[in-house]
Design a protein around this ligand. Structure first.
Ligand SMILES: Cc1cc2nc3c(=O)[nH]c(=O)nc-3n(C[C@H](O)[C@H](O)[C@H](O)COP(=O)(O)OP(=O)(O)OC[C@H]3O[C@@H](n4cnc5c(N)ncnc54)[C@H](O)[C@@H]3O)c2cc1C
Length: 387
């Protein structure tokens, strides 16, 4: 690798998803020397811009009643695996995060009355999530906002190593098309997203290989970096047959369906009570911590080798889908304080690479809210650190 360039900046942000962009915008309003690097293409990579649904929802609390409900739900489904004060901040600032998106020009789906429609997110019964019109429209709004704030961008540039000298963060070694770039910076924010794409079945873009975890793992002892909840992946059932179709989750609770392994072993979910099936109806991802995980466990026990589970319509005898769990996101990550600070002064983290705001199970729409709330906080704190 040739050493081509030395860059000097106050703040380098690694990753250009919801977390990295909101951090950059918040920091740029306080300091003027902010650089984002992204190994993927700008506004096209990461789960924020490139996911199989081409859209996402953001959950937020508009008033105290919604806030109390949301905070209680997070604490209740997390069963002690979240950090309650971070969850509280997330809920309290979720509405500002949503309003920030509106101020960027992001468009949301409307109801029949022409107002933004809110739906019940996973693990909730109250309508608290607004859904964007498309990732494309979101990308255009972000692009405009970043342009307007004059944030500097370095696309297709991959952070390879965090540099520490005398117990202080001093910069990043990065690569661009096989050439080395030494970025000297006073602070950095790691916003590299999750690691879903290291798994053979995932619904993210292929670049999400968890680089942030590796960058931080490499300095773990020197910088006292700690991780938590890394065993809690968020997985969803997807079809693997050709031509691939989207699996209708409702097959899980419709009595006409039977589940069969490729070796012919069958299981039905009829024997489970309606109470547990009704709980399973409230979320798309397979739960890690709730009682209704039993539903998915029955299916998982049919297929220990990852060959796929056939979903058979009892009336027609036809196999309508062959399904497997696909990784969507990671609920674990690096432990930070309320402003994304790690134990190493000058080094911050935000977004899916972090953990604690939710636990082993996460309320739908709360990851985008998390990226925006703690991205903004990390951006401001990094700017303050410099000042
Ligand atoms: C199909 C799907 C649907 C989802 N739906 C929802 C939803 O409805 N609501 C919700 O709240 N959440 C949802 N999520 C989760 C949510 O989208 C993500 O957790 C969130 O977008 C992560 O944002 P982020 O900014 O942390 O990372 P990302 O958006 O993943 O961005 C990571 C960035 O880091 C860059 N990067 C990575 N490694 C490096 C490196 N070494 N050097 C430089 N750059 C690097 C990437 O190029 C990218 O720019 C969904 C996820 C998926 C996959």
């Amino acid at each position: 690798m040739h050493h081509i360039e030395k860059i000097n900046t106050d703040l380098v942000i690694i990753g250009a998803g919801a977390a990295g962009l909101s951090a950059a915008i918040a920091a740029q309003q306080k300091i003027k020397n902010v650089l984002i690097i992204s190994k993927g293409r700008l506004f096209q990579s990461g789960s924020t811009f490139a996911n199989i649904n081409n859209q996402w929802g953001i959950t937020f609390a508009e008033n105290e009643t919604e806030g109390d409900y949301l905070e209680n739900r997070i604490n209740s489904i997390s069963k002690g695996t979240n950090v309650p004060y971070l969850s509280r901040i997330l809920v309290k600032e979720s509405c500002s995060a949503f309003e920030m998106l509106l101020s960027w020009g992001v468009e949301f789906q409307n109801g029949k009355d022409g107002k933004i429609n809110r739906v019940a997110p996973c693990f909730c019964t109250e309508p608290l999530a607004a859904i964007i019109k498309s990732c494309k429209q979101f990308a255009e709004s972000c692009n405009r906002q970043i342009d307007w704030e004059r944030v500097k961008l370095l696309p297709e540039t991959k952070a390879e190593k965090i540099i520490i000298k005398s117990n202080k963060f001093t910069g990043i070694n990065a690569s661009h098309k096989n050439q080395l770039i030494k970025i000297e910076a006073r602070t950095a924010i790691i916003a590299t997203g999750g690691n879903a794409s290291v798994f053979s079945h995932h619904i993210t873009e292929p670049g999400l290989t968890g680089d942030g975890y590796k960058l931080l793992e490499d300095i773990k002892h020197e910088a006292l970096i700690r991780f938590s909840n890394m065993n809690f992946q968020q997985k969803v059932w997807e079809d693997i047959s050709a031509p691939k179709k989207r699996f209708r989750l409702s097959c899980l609770w419709k009595p006409e369906y039977l589940f069969r392994s490729t070796e012919g072993k069958t299981a039905s979910l009829d024997t489970l009570g309606t109470a547990v099936l009704r709980k399973r109806m409230t979320h798309v991802p397979i739960s890690n911590l709730q009682q209704d995980r039993i539903v998915d466990e029955i299916l998982l026990s049919l297929d220990r080798h990852g060959r796929g589970i056939e979903v058979i319509n009892r009336q027609t005898g036809r196999c309508e889908y062959t399904i497997l769990p696909f990784v969507q996101a990671n609920n674990g990550g690096v432990i930070t304080g309320e402003n994304g600070e790690t134990a190493l002064p000058g080094l911050f983290a935000a977004g899916e690479v972090t953990t604690g705001m939710h636990g082993g199970d996460r309320i739908g729409g709360m990851m985008i809210a998390n990226c925006l709330v703690f991205g903004t906080r990390a951006g401001r704190a990094a700017a303050d650190f410099i000042q």
